[in-house]
Design a binder for this molecule. Sequence first.
Ligand SMILES: Cc1cc2nc3c(=O)[nH]c(=O)nc-3n(C[C@H](O)[C@H](O)[C@H](O)COP(=O)(O)OP(=O)(O)OC[C@H]3O[C@@H](n4cnc5c(N)ncnc54)[C@H](O)[C@@H]3O)c2cc1C
Length: 360
Amino acid sequence: MSSQASYDVVIAGAGPAGAWALKHLPEGMSILLVDAADPLRSFRDNKLCGGMLTAQAQALLPELPLEIRAEPFKTKMEYHDVDTGVYTRFPVDYANCRRNLLDEWLLRQALEAKGGDVEYSPDTRVSGLQADEEGVLVRLDEKREVKARRFFDCTGWRQFARRALGASLTPYFHALQAECSLAQPCPHYIAVFSSKWSPFFGWYIPKNESTGEIGAAFESERRDAPDMLLEPLVRHLRRRDLKLQPGRIRGCRLTRLRKASHIWLGRGAVMACGEAAGLVSPSSGDGISYALASGKAAAQTACLPVETAVAAYRRTLKPQISELGRNIVKAWLLSDRRARRIASALLPFVHRERFERLSL
Ligand SMILES: Cc1cc2nc3c(=O)[nH]c(=O)nc-3n(C[C@H](O)[C@H](O)[C@H](O)COP(=O)(O)OP(=O)(O)OC[C@H]3O[C@@H](n4cnc5c(N)ncnc54)[C@H](O)[C@@H]3O)c2cc1C
């Protein structure tokens, strides 16, 4: 790469948003895709994620290869409300996957689709950004610069472009997750709500017969020891007869969308996609479907004039933005124990004969 190479599009971040933006860019564009790490190489590391794909995410993807599927692929959900003592189980339309392998698969597909149009540069961090009517000047690893007509920020919770351009950041949770070993299999996705313990919820997600993931999200300023923070969840799950042993606990930010204005889709030649745009469901933490949908939508605006691109991008994402608006209300209801009591009473009517009440 020369010090002032020039591209039609530079994409920062090769997660689901970046890969899907790349895959859907029009043919013949010159593209540079950079990632601070390398999703192709880090496939052995477990990315901090539950790996649950919503129906929307599944609809945006080709059929998942067997090696990417986690077991059981389709789970039921157990809803445990510790505050109100309501414990239930019902079917959900999530698909269970191995997140690190999913990212690798998405990126390989996108690189193959674009062939010679794309230059992929792993282990390369975007470190500066200047944008004007002419386009964008992108600084890489603090030492070289490239020019681009368009810049797609797909850097996830790091929200690189917002920081560089002085836009306000989306608030976030402090999320923790740990792989755990199981003495006996538990095939259900368990969501545990307890107002005293987490403003979000805690989860257990099976990955095969002998391992699963547990995790939870907390206020961003909580910095208690991770094992202390997860201890009430572990205790609760063990009481449910889940004989689990947590491994290393890891933490990262989880975008916490509290109002629609926290979504930032970009400005001029700069588009933000996926979590960098704030597109994560505040009620469930699902972000993969929004990353895929927004990456694709941003790519479809690449040939439009700069002045109209962000508005066109917003129009394409209207269904997702409306859904997130509804999820902001849902998240507020779920965080309120009285509202949850009412919602719990309605669950049998929503899920009808597929609904099971549990006694713990
Ligand atoms: C604990 C936890 C559990 C979750 N569980 C689920 C779940 O079950 N289902 C679901 O749908 N979602 C889940 N999410 C949310 C989901 O993981 C994210 O919303 C999703 O990964 C967003 O995709 P993305 O492509 O926008 O960003 P990311 O997947 O975060 O990818 C960003 C990429 O950008 C790169 N990068 C960062 N900074 C730079 C830089 N300066 N220069 C170059 N590259 C850079 C990173 O290396 C990374 O590869 C969870 C999140 C957390 C934290």
